[in-house]
Design a protein. Structure first.
Length: 420
């Protein structure tokens, strides 16, 4: 082999070796695009999900107020009764006899008084002529006064007997629903005690009795003192009851009482609301869940549920900072409202909270923030109207096909790398 040929072969070998040793340059991937919302402080209702127990607005015991034998029940058990309506009849014969005796005593007392008055008038007319002594006049007037007092006493006895006879008809003290009778006909009632015959409950409206822990109430009042919220007073706070099937009850109640003392056995403060019940759908004694609107919370934030994450430290959100890097912010939530979490602490006005693409970001890493609107998928792209339901119906086993524009972007990148 001639020298020029050996030189050319050596040059080619060196070029091939250098080409084999040269590594392709690695391209840095662009920051991921994420959908964000701007945190805006709002004035939101202060709501609590609570459980309470229903009780009648008024509940009256119907008792036998005079002794006697129960003759008859004159109402239908479980029916509506009006105030003053007769419910039971007690044998009135002994009571009527007692009234007759009192009236006879009254007649006797009036006769005695009439005689005493005539004698006293005669003595008063003869006294100026000195026909009767001073002592006789005094005795006649004393007898008159005594007879008058006996008349008053007899009149009171007649009134008492008439009242007792009226109690032979046991009436309802309030309007409401009368429960079942506690004693049967023929029983001796009111003998030595006031026998319970039945009860009447007013079911419209009803009371909702519930409680709040003293710690929670203290926190709410402390936040009110700082201006973070405004608690509604009695008569302004409302409650919305949920029925057993999950639907909302059609009538809203209002808070009408809050205790000023703490129950030492539970460490809670008792509260009560009045709830209209015109259709008698709700019954006393039942437990109900309800949403209590206790006031308004100032400077609160609403964020979509998918933006909130939780770990051992609590709830947090990822925020894209002014420098384009992702920052973790621990937040405090106050429950859900309208499909969003209500954040009371941890966010500031203008924070760009990551909603879509949360799984693509990392704390301290850069990210490209784009406005998020409802309906975007986890990648921050508009959700397909027909493909998503079909995939969900199929059990989600198949993956969505790659987007054409993504493939088009990948191909030029590969070509550029080959060129290098």
């Amino acid at each position: 082999m001639t020298a020029p040929l050996r030189t050319l072969a050596l040059t080619c070998a060196v070029a091939v070796a250098l080409a084999a040793c040269k590594k392709p340059e690695q391209q840095t991937p662009p920051p991921p695009e994420v959908g964000v919302i701007d945190a805006k402080p709002q004035t939101l209702p202060l709501q609590r999900e609570l459980v309470g127990r229903l009780s009648p607005f008024r509940s009256a015991d119907v008792r036998a107020r005079v002794p006697g034998v129960l003759l008859k029940r004159v109402y239908q058990e479980g029916s509506e009764v009006k105030q003053g309506q007769t419910l039971f009849l007690i044998d009135p014969a002994p009571l009527r006899a007692s009234l007759n005796a009192s009236e006879a005593q009254l007649a006797s007392a009036r006769a005695t008084y009439a005689n005493a008055k005539v004698a006293a008038d005669r003595a008063r007319s003869l006294a100026p002529q000195q026909y009767v002594s001073k002592s006789d006049l005094d005795s006649a007037e004393a007898a008159e006064r005594t007879a008058l007092a006996a008349v008053k006493q007899a009149e009171a006895s007649v009134t008492s007997s008439r009242i007792s006879l009226g109690y032979a008809e046991v009436t309802s003290p309030i309007s409401g629903v009368a429960n079942k009778q506690q004693v049967t006909e023929g029983a001796l009632v009111g003998q030595g005690d006031v026998t319970l015959l039945t009860t009447v409950d007013q079911l419209d409206p009803l009371y909702v009795n519930f409680s709040l822990s003293v710690d929670e109430l203290s926190q709410l009042r402390a936040q009110q003192a700082r201006g973070a919220l405004a608690l509604s007073g009695d008569g302004k706070a409302t409650v919305n009851v949920k029925l057993s099937d999950g639907t909302s009850y059609g009538e809203a109640g209002t808070l009408d009482f809050s205790s000023t003392t703490v129950d030492p056995t539970t460490g809670a403060v008792s509260l009560r609301a009045v709830l209209p019940n015109p259709q008698k759908i709700l019954l006393p004694g039942a437990f109900v869940s309800f949403q209590a609107n206790l006031g308004e919370r100032n400077n609160a934030f609403l964020i979509p549920q998918q933006a909130l994450q939780r770990d051992s430290a609590g709830g947090f959100v990822m925020v894209v900072g002014a420098d384009g890097k992702v920052v973790r912010k621990n937040v405090k939530t106050e429950g859900a409202q309208g499909g969003n979490w209500m954040v009371s602490d941890g966010l500031a006005a203008g924070d760009k909270v990551v909603v879509a693409g949360v799984q693509k970001v990392k704390e301290g890493a850069p990210a490209t923030a784009k406005p998020w609107t409802p309906g975007q998928d986890a990648n921050g792209q508009p959700a397909a109207a027909g493909a998503a339901p079909a995939a969900a119906a199929a059990g989600g086993a198949e993956k969505a096909p790659a987007k054409p524009e993504a493939a088009d972007q990948a191909e030029p990148a590969a070509t550029e790398s080959n060129k290098q």
